[in-house]
Design a protein around this ligand. Structure first.
Ligand code: AMP
Length: 287
């Protein structure tokens, strides 16, 4: 399998799979039309049976791309757990264990944990999943270094690494538009994004309407202190430095699939799901 790209800006992987994807897409859209929304349409995807390869997927993407949201929706649809290493680490810290205490000061300083520490937490979780008969996973927040990627591929048969992207100016606007209601804890986004397609067709139009708060939340909205433009651009720069060696490694392994997001979640899921379905049940371990 070679590295492939998806999304409006880039081409489809190959003609047969493009035709299959279009057929799947039509079915997914028909379902959405009749079943009333993206969540309803998601319930019908093929999930791996006990005789198929495990559905072991990794989702990569910069802050603000919506990776966690997509990972949790896709995991639910395919009947596998969404495993976020940040959540595992926070749970370990909360448990009050000695191991958690060792991790706490590093995490609080905003630095990455040593590879061995995060690998230990993840391996425990994956081993538990195997004992419980889980049919795979969607990993989020791991791997973050090349060494983690190498170790993961060595120990676990992966079938897909989805590399989600969104144009940088949109990421910045989206992060700056984030709002949290202090009263009910719900998240909103006031950014109203429309970027026309480039005249030469190399860049697709991007349309992301705001997720506006209801009137009762409007007086209670707050912005995270770190959702400032300079801080966001710095986070994106750090992400790029961290992610590039990881992406390069998975690309060389033939596992990386690029997926550019050009619209909101309701429009994107019907494009993403048929693509993912074509990878379900195709596990392999690196040589
Ligand atoms: P997150 O919720 O993904 O931002 O993770 C919260 C914190 O957990 C990070 O700032 C790191 O300190 C730690 N962490 C999570 N995943 C990893 C990883 N793959 N490698 C190293 N540290 C991690």
């Amino acid at each position: 399998m070679s590295s492939v790209s998806h999304g409006a800006r880039r081409g489809w992987r190959s003609m047969p799979s493009a035709l299959a994807a279009v057929a799947n897409l039509k079915a997914a859209l028909d379902q959405l039309a009749t079943a009333g929304g993206p969540q309803a349409g998601l319930s019908s995807v093929a999930t791996p049976s006990s005789t198929e390869s495990p559905l072991n997927w990794v989702f990569l993407g910069p802050p603000g791309v919506g990776k966690g949201t997509y990972a949790s929706r896709v995991a639910k649809a395919f009947g596998v757990p969404h495993i976020a290493t940040g959540d595992l680490i926070r749970a370990e810290i909360k448990s009050g264990s000695d191991f958690g205490a060792q991790m706490k000061s590093i995490v609080n300083s905003g630095k990455l944990l040593p590879d061995e520490m995060v690998q230990q937490v993840l391996h425990q979780r994956l081993a538990q999943g195997r004992r419980d008969g889980e049919k795979g996973f969607i990993l989020d927040g791991f791997p973050r270094t090349r060494a983690q990627a190498v170790e993961l591929v060595r120990s676990t048969p992966l079938s897909l690494v989805l590399n989600m992207s969104l144009r940088e100016e949109v990421l910045v606007e989206k992060c700056m538009g984030r709002r949290l209601c202090k009263h009910c804890g719900k998240n909103y986004n006031v950014a109203d994004i429309y970027l026309p397609a480039s005249p030469d067709g190399s860049r697709a139009a991007i349309v992301m309407p705001p997720l506006s708060p209801p009137p009762e939340c409007a007086p209670h909205l707050e912005t995270r202190a770190d959702d400032r433009e300079d801080v966001i651009r710095h986070r994106l720069e750090v992400y790029k430095q961290e992610a590039t060696p990881v992406e390069d490694f998975f690309r060389a392994q033939g596992l990386l699939v690029d997926f550019e997001i050009t619209a909101g979640i309701p429009e994107t899921l019907p494009l993403l799901m048929p693509l993912l379905q074509s990878y379900a049940g195709a596990g392999r371990r690196a040589d």
